[in-house]
Write a protein of this length. Structure first.
Length: 367
């Protein structure tokens, strides 16, 4: 009995260790891509005043930075400096919501040679894509016609501005983020200051730890883990949203948060319907970074940051709150994952076309 307990403790420790290194790998990928794409992103941020093109600038910049928090914080900073207006900032923020989902979609491809496991993992990642795309399809035209998000943000900012004190207290650092960053910096030491080598090393760490996580989770009797998730964390929609929100605030990255549930979906621990509301909470949680950044800026910067928050809240109300709209991301995720198990090129083409080719084409044409 003691021997079995010891083995379980060793495996649990292994799960936490693999989970940490998995986060380190994702952070490394984000940092390497951010280094390679920073100059490009800085250039395209100021290429247009067209809201439609601005939307795709938000998508492509976030793909380069691998972080919507980084993109929206930069947008807030540019609004604060006066180099970007709210008319362009809000569409960019909407686009950032789409671009941030690329990380967990890349992570799901690590399961590509494992049949049903890949199907579950890819569906879990793309349901986030399709929700954010649907939110933009509905809210972007409405915003261009009525400016509801901007006006609501202006009203809230007018109530809050001047009442915020002791901002430094709010600018707390996440210990989880600091620990993961230290690990990524350790991996970077082996890259010989080469961003491409750093990216390759980070991808290897991510996929190896992903494989280890799935194996360890399976060996720890998935039924018991499923009961824990079902009865506590993912028992209700509001709990799932709340857990996604809190976890994203803790790690300050929705890309990392949503990537965490991909191996759990692949292993069969979580279902697609359990993961869906969790990703919505992550969408709200990721707005905190830009909100904190805006507190040290101008009223306009705060309006832009609040606009990001309202966009995500309205998306949940309009899509998740309406049953037939709620089903669309789920059905699309199921459909593309089914096709992707039959043809392994589909997920690769999906990533390249929707996250790179289309945004880049529209940005170049609009420029």
């Amino acid at each position: 009995m003691k021997k079995d307990t010891l083995f379980i403790l060793i495996k649990v420790s292994g799960v936490f260790g693999a989970l940490y290194m998995f986060l380190v790998g994702i952070k490394g990928m984000s940092s390497a891509i951010k280094h390679m794409g920073a100059d490009v992103a800085d250039t395209i941020f100021t290429t247009t005043s067209d809201p439609f093109v601005a939307l795709f600038i938000g998508v492509f910049s976030t793909v380069l930075f691998q972080s919507s928090s980084t993109t929206t914080s930069l947008i807030v900073g540019m609004v604060s400096s006066g180099s970007l207006g709210l008319t362009g900032a809000i569409p960019m923020i909407m686009g950032a919501n789409i671009g941030t989902t690329v990380t967990n979609t890349i992570v799901s491809i690590g399961h590509i040679n494992r049949g049903n496991e890949f199907k579950r993992a890819f569906a879990a990642s793309t349901v986030h894509d399709f929700f954010n795309i649907l939110a933009v399809l509905i809210l972007f035209p409405l915003e261009m016609m009525f400016h509801g998000i901007q006006r609501s943000s202006e009203w809230i900012a007018s109530l809050l501005f001047g009442k915020i004190h002791n901002v430094d207290v709010l600018q707390a650092k996440s210990p989880i983020k600091a620990a993961v960053k230290s690990g990524a910096q350790f991996v970077e030491q082996f890259s010989l200051d080469n961003d491409i080598l750093y990216l390759i090393l980070s991808v290897l760490v991510t996929f190896i730890m992903l494989y280890a996580l799935v194996k360890l989770l399976r060996s720890l009797v998935l039924e018991k883990i499923e009961v824990f998730f079902d009865q506590y964390i993912f028992k209700t929609v509001m709990r799932s949203i709340g857990f996604g929100l809190v976890l994203t605030i803790m790690v300050q990255s929705s890309s990392i948060t949503t990537s965490l549930v991909v191996p759990l979906a692949g292993a069969g621990v979580l279902t697609l319907r359990q993961i869906f509301p969790f990703t919505l909470g992550a969408n709200i949680g990721t707005t905190v970074t830009a909100l904190l950044a805006a507190l040290t800026g101008t009223v306009s910067a705060l309006i832009a940051a609040i606009g990001h928050l309202l966009f995500n809240i309205f998306g949940i109300i309009f899509i998740y709150g309406i049953p037939f709209l709620r089903e669309i991301p789920l059905k699309l995720a199921d459909m593309i994952s089914e096709y992707s198990t039959q043809n392994k090129w589909i997920p690769i083409l999906y990533l390249l076309i929707f996250f790179v080719a289309i945004p880049l084409t529209i940005i170049i044409a609009g420029g």
